[in-house]
Design a protein around this ligand. Sequence first.
Ligand code: SF4
Length: 236
Amino acid sequence: MFYGGEPTLRTDLPEIIRSARENGYRRIKLLTNARAFSNIQVLQDIINAGCYLFEIEMWGSNPSLHDHLTGVSGSFWETMKGLENLAGHPHEKFVSARVHLCNENYPDIENAVATALNFGVNRVILSVQDGILPFQSAMPHIKNAINISIFNRTWILTQFVPFCVMQGLEQHVSEIYGGLDTIYEKTFVKHKYCVECIYNELCGGLESKHLEQSGRMEFSPVKATKYLQDIRKLYE
Ligand code: SF4
C-alpha cells in the first residue's frame, strides 16, 4: 500500500509501482486524494504500472467544506474529476472511497457518501479522524450513511468506531476484517469498565482523546449481542 502524505506527488510513482510488481507484489493499493487523476494521463501511467486498487480520500460533499478541511482551494473539484476519470477507465479495478469524519463534517456525511456512490465506488470507509468527534451526535448520520450505501448495494465499513458505539451495526466495523493495525498515528486506551464488555478481547479500545473529551459514559460496556459468535469467528 502506498500512502503519504500524498504518494502521487512523487513523479517516479509509476516506476516504484512497476518495481513492486516485478518484486512479486500482486496487490498494490494506492491511498490518494485523486487530485492528480484529474489528469487522465497520470491515472493511465499508474494503471499501466500495475496498480488497480485505489482508496480515494474525501472530506465532504461540496467545495466549501472539502476545500476548507483540506486547506486547498479547488481540491474538491480535482478529486471529483479524478473519481470521474477512475469511473470511466475501462481497466478492471477496485475503488474505495475513504470518507474522513471529523467534528466539522459529520452532518454532511450522508451527502459525502451519496457523492462517492455516484461515481460507482466499490466500497466506502467512514474513517474517524478526529479525537473530539461527538459520537452521540455523529451516530445518526453514520447510521444514515450506512443505510444509503446498503440501499445502493455498496459495502460500507467504519474505522475507529468502537463496538459499543456501533451496537446493531457491528458487522460494519472494519477492524473485524482488517485487524487493528493502522497507518494513522493514534493512541488507543480502554476505560476501567471495558473489562465488563463482551467485546473486550476483540476491541482495540478508544482513541485516548475521545475518552478525555466524552468520558466513559459514551462508551458503556456491551452486555449482550447476537453478533458476537459470528464476529469472533471472523477474528479466528
Ligand atoms: S471494550 Fe470498551 S471501548 Fe471496546 S467496545 Fe467494549 S466498552 Fe467499548
